[in-house]
Design a binder for this molecule. Structure first.
Ligand code: CMC
Length: 428
């Protein structure tokens, strides 16, 4: 392939370098476009064609349904690794050896105490508050309780802030859930694995022993791995752009949580379950909802279907679908919602509208069914997504700072009024 691209504007030709990535993807480097063309800019709503950075964290091929973290396939990681190993891999680039992993976990545990005063902030929220809003606020508040600035050129500083957020975030997640159910707040158990500790912090009831269920631990571990990174999605791009102003890690992640909350992104897992329940309440008529999804006059979309990048299948959904079957069977849960989900999936896969637009079930279509079987309340589903995505946000934030990326500041094409004179209020 040529290594330059030529652009012609008003009979003038401009050359731009073509850059090839390690997976042979090609990008046209237009970083000097405005300078050489004297003001021409690009317009790409939703950044459908725009690469915002070079990244070596995650590779995905939407046509082939490939997803790899640092070169390792998601299928292999979901089967063989645990969440903390994957977190280390994403953040630092290589799988940890035994000592590195033990030290990483020990440092996270050492940093898991959240200041008691954070409970006062939590207390000020009404019980009805959505836990994603609570989590975003508490994560932002962590900055005030951990004010040391991070020198990104200091490996030690960056490492310390990483283990701090990985230690404290699960505590905040558990507190956000326990606040809603009126349970006392806890700090977890340092003798447990990372995921086991999360479950205990969420579910331990006073005056009762908490017994770990290995099926639940393994399923949650897998779900967290599947959600751990997804290159430049909406929340990750938010984390990178907030961090590009040199805002701290906690502040950047708090912004990422807000971006994840929306139903077109992470909020879809809650929306899927609410949709499946609504279909069940309405008599289980999936055809009616298929018709609504296809009706352009109806704002209803089939939640859990479609993806900006995956146009054949979402490899995470394939793994989750199998896991959902296993978990429900192992736990002896019979959930009519699962039948509705399967029915809907079959209809969509054979429907022209969905086939033509390449709309397939995404990661969120089945994850809520597993979370529900684990006893996690529906409003907490997107919080669980955030818990999984945390290492990815950290890895991408760290990469952006280490690469010394410039502040994110897109251009626009102005379409408003041209210059006009002010009219005094009495003359308007
Ligand atoms: N139900 C019905 N029609 C849909 C759906 C859907 N779920 N998704 C896309 N379409 C249609 C859309 O109306 C459009 O039709 P037309 O070409 O006739 O105008 C066409 O398919 C292309 O859709 P788009 O909105 O231009 O595609 P996008 O790449 O901008 O949006 C999406 C991707 C994920 C936001 C969208 O598919 C969607 O809203 N899905 C439902 C929400 C969802 O499940 N989100 C979770 C995504 S996976 C988790 C994550 O990583 O965040």
């Amino acid at each position: 392939m040529a290594n330059t691209a030529t652009l012609e504007i008003n009979d003038k030709k401009y050359e731009f370098p073509l850059i090839t990535g390690t997976e042979n993807e090609v990008a046209m480097d237009i970083s000097n476009l405005r300078g050489v063309t004297e003001g021409v800019t690009t317009l790409d709503g939703g950044f459908k064609n725009t690469g915002s950075c070079k990244s070596s964290v995650t590779f995905l091929d939407g046509e082939k349904g490939v997803l790899r973290y640092r070169g390792y396939s998601i299928e292999e990681l979901a089967e063989k690794a645990d969440f903390l190993e994957v977190a280390f891999l994403l953040i630092f680039g290589e799988l940890p050896n035994k000592e590195e992993l033990e030290k990483f976990h020990a440092d996270i545990k050492k940093n898991s105490i959240v200041d008691e005063d954070v409970k006062k902030i939590l207390d000020a929220f009404p019980k009805s508050a959505h836990p994603m809003g609570v989590l975003s606020s508490l994560t932002s508040a962590l900055t005030a309780f951990n004010p040391d600035s991070v020198d990104v050129d200091s490996e030690e500083d960056v490492y310390n802030s990483i283990v701090r957020i990985l230690g404290k975030f699960p505590v905040l997640v558990a507190w956000a859930m326990r606040k809603k159910s009126g349970l006392p707040l806890d700090y977890g158990d340092k003798n447990l694995g990372y995921v086991e500790n999360i479950l205990k912090m969420m579910f331990k009831v006073p005056n009762e022993e908490y017994t770990q269920n290995q099926i639940v631990v393994d399923a949650l571990d897998k779900l967290l791995i599947l959600h751990a990174d997804h290159e430049q999605n909406c929340s990750t791009s938010t984390v990178r752009i907030v961090g590009s102003s040199h805002a701290g890690l906690f502040a950047s992640i708090s912004a990422g949580i807000s971006a994840l909350w929306g139903p077109l992104h992470g909020g879809a897992n809650q929306a899927v379950l609410e949709m499946l329940e609504a279909i069940k309440e309405d008599g289980g008529d999936t055809k009616k909802y298929m018709a609504k999804a296809k009706d352009k006059a109806d704002p209803f979309r089939l939640m859990g279907f479609g993806h900006r990048v995956y146009k054949n299948f979402d490899p995470r959904a394939t793994i989750i679908k199998v896991a959902a079957d296993e978990v429900l069977e192992d736990l002896g849960v019979e959930d009519p919602i699962l039948d509705i989900a399967k029915g809907l999936e079959q209809e969509a896969l054979n429907d022209d509208y969905f086939v033509k637009r390449k709309l397939y079930p995404n990661v969120d279509f089945y994850s809520g069914i597993i979370y529900r079987a684990m006893g996690i309340p529906t409003e907490m589903f997107t919080v669980m997504f955030a818990l999984g995505r945390l290492p990815g946000w950290i890895a991408q934030w760290r990469e952006m700072r280490l690469n010394k990326e410039p502040i994110g500041r897109p251009r626009q094409l102005y379409t408003g009024e041209t210059a006009r004179s002010f009219t005094a209020v009495e003359k308007r």
